[in-house]
Write a protein that binds this ligand. Sequence first.
Ligand code: X8Z
Ligand code: ZN
Length: 605
Amino acid sequence: MKKFFTLVAISAIVTSCSQTSEQSVSEADLKLFLDEVEESNLKEGPIVSSAYWIGSNFITFDSQNIVADYGKRYTLKSLEDSKKAALFNDLETSPSQRRQLELLKSSFVMPPPFNDELAGELSSISTKLEAMYGAGEHCFEDGECFDLEAFEQIIDNSRNPDELLRAWQGWHEIGKPMRPLYMRMVEIGNQGSEELGYDGLSDLWFSKYDMPAEEFLEEIDRVWDEVKPLYDALHCHVRGELNEYYGDEIVSLDESLPVHLLGNMWGQSWSNIYDLVYPSSIETSSVDVTKIIEEKNISEIEMVEYAEDFFLSMGFEPLPSTFWERSLFVKPEDRSVVCHASAWNLDPAKNDLRIKMCIEKNEEDFITIHHELGHIFYYQAYNHLPTLFQGGANDGFHEAFGDLLTLSITPDYLKNIGFISEVEAEEVKEDAIGLLMKQALEGVVVVPWALMLDKWRAGVFNGETRQDELNQSWWDLRESYQGIKPPSNRSEEYFDPGAKYHIPGNTPYTRYYLARIMQYQFHESLCNGMGFDGPLHECSIYGNEYAGEKIISTMAMGQSAPWQDAFENLTGTRKLSGSSIVNYYEPLKEWLDAKNENRICGWSE
Ligand code: X8Z
Ligand code: ZN
């Protein structure tokens, strides 16, 4: 996830503005105001970021106190400046100034009202929720305790349904105590959003896309309609194969898939059960990156170096030495840290960039490292801009570039970096379905999940979901969008959304949905522009300067223009579309349709 802190100053203009009427603000006042915001961001931003860095790297009573206090003061300052920005509503400004003013008003995720006590309460709650997740563990009656990484070892690898059930249920215990805190946070956040002129949190969250919120929501639903047939075909096939493996008792042929069997704690990626759903992978050769990392004895840092090399091959500037000195790559044994991977832009003026990740030496984390470096190279590309423009064209862009690169981890690329031989690469390429299946189990499977997560939050935010149906509504949406169900009855005693980082961590999730759609649009247009002539899944942008130039110039725009401009710079179009992801997987879809011919697809809700 992206961490960046837009600090806004308590500037001299407050005094002048509060003493005069709105009409009297001048261009000179505006210039002074924006200059002061910039100065304050450059000065205060790095300190606040350092406080957050410490809070996430050393979860202790004191570090959380400091974070809660910094968080409160930062938010109050930002609120004050968003009010000041509103004083310039009627002033004629340049488009760039207008955008900076708009960004000042809309940069909040969970705003309190402009009130010291409520800001303090909200900041303490959000700090506490994140720490509850980060330090979360569950101890069974026999006294054995597991944290998330330990539970994931089981969920990702075991094929024993009882063991999987125990691990899944164990981790999901951590949500329970979050429920009242979460609901109080939403209550305060809604008040704050209304004070900012939004119709609640949901309106605030979906108003950040350079179009009215309703229009944006229609756009993302329209794209899902395009992708759904592909997902449904994959779901049908996976269910058929899991039914053969586990039997009717555990996987029924006309129901949703039980989440604990899917090789991922949240069922958001199914690549860990690749061998179960594509049994021919056992006979034909397929690349097992985890095995290669083990065999070559590649260290955590070397894994990051491979990812950096990918960016450098396209013409990006190397990462600063402080990145290597100050990042966290390996899970510390002596303390609690937030292990969920994140990328940080701590001090833009000094290019102090870091990732924080508990890297495991496996394929999944090799991919996640590329994802994180996508954020890091984005920061590096836009850090020359005024601080208010330092951000992704929209939040989906920030998530998309690392993912874009992972589409280029093709057999030829793996051969280029010495992971496999030429002969192996040729063999693997012959099984296009195997390659596409592997990609789809992550890249297609995540799409409805990434869409439903904020649909759940929107329902909670706008009150359509009642307090006594929070968990029910979570599972209803999971069933409806993903065809996934819990492994056992989940009453309102539980708060299962709390077991996913982005809920206690308050990270909007639609960004991943956008990224997963856009990455294929980017890939398709870059491959076409490079003159690549072949199936899209064989195209790699590794080492391609044309692709590098397109990506770097798009990144360098930051959020200085509507995202559609950045999108056009990269793809030549201005509209989201599901057609690229559908094109990419076309051969797989044909194969799945043939496989599913005698199966009954879909699930009863
Ligand atoms: O949270 C992340 C990144 C950090 S921005 C590791 N991702 C989502 C998730 O883990 O749920 C990347 C894929 C989706
Ligand atoms: Zn990310």
